[in-house]
Design a protein around this ligand. Sequence first.
Ligand SMILES: NC(=O)c1ccc[n+]([C@@H]2O[C@H](COP(=O)([O-])OP(=O)(O)OC[C@H]3O[C@@H](n4cnc5c(N)ncnc54)[C@H](OP(=O)(O)O)[C@@H]3O)[C@@H](O)[C@H]2O)c1
Length: 247
Amino acid sequence: MPPKSVFITGCNRGIGLELVKQFLKQENGPTHIFATYRKISDELSEVAKSSPKVHLVEMEVTDYNKFPEVVRQVEAVVGSEGLNCLINNAGVLPKNRDLDSVTPEDMRQAFEVNCVAPLLFTRAMLPLLKKAADLQPGAERSVRRAAAIEMSTAVGSIAENSGGGLYAYRSSKTALNQAMKSLSVDLANTGVLVMSMHPGWVQTEMGAPNALITTETCCSEMLTLLKGLADKDHGAFLRYNNTSIPW
Ligand SMILES: NC(=O)c1ccc[n+]([C@@H]2O[C@H](COP(=O)([O-])OP(=O)(O)OC[C@H]3O[C@@H](n4cnc5c(N)ncnc54)[C@H](OP(=O)(O)O)[C@@H]3O)[C@@H](O)[C@H]2O)c1
């Protein structure tokens, strides 16, 4: 079953925007969809105007001081039901990819946006996720109950790294996977599911020119995968089409 409420970072374009659109079309889909942006795009603005279910949240994911205000914004809407699903989707792929060009700033920026921010934002949202989980005591983990989805990438896999390069991006997403794994251990007794997701090679600003699938295909398969997540997927690293990725 889909979540009743979902919070997605980085929704003004790419995968985040398409997730918002597809959650809106879902049968028995969320009543509340929180969509973050830094500078709102016309497309996200149109989607938000089309449905009162969409709540726009302005958010730079590395603005840690703003997290409590964002949590209060969400709480004011979801109240005692808590938040069912957080998708930490916002991410960055620095331009300098090879050994000669990568800079300290590329490494720091990727690490901060792709690992530090999703970890600390998941922590900030935990009280709302736990509230939702506690409403279904004893139930199996699921996105309908409470889940934090960390948008990772297959190139964060050390085992599958045969191409080299991409120092900042790969390292930051490998670190995100490790943070997710620790979270899964620490949250073992909470009923909150945590997992890392590879969305596929997707036609977005980030994914071009090596993309193999459209945002539509990526998100429709991901939503199917999300609906089926259960206890067995806690702490897992999965592709959008529900195949597992070696660490
Ligand atoms: N596309 C692929 O093939 C692919 C493959 C594997 C994994 N992924 C992962 O999937 C996620 C989405 O990727 P995408 O392809 O949709 O990328 P995208 O088109 O480049 O979109 C990235 C989104 O993240 C937001 N963002 C970046 N830095 C941010 C920050 N500091 N604070 C707030 N928002 C920020 C961007 O907002 P602005 O518009 O304001 O910059 C944008 O909305 C990323 O985590 C990416 O690593 C993508």
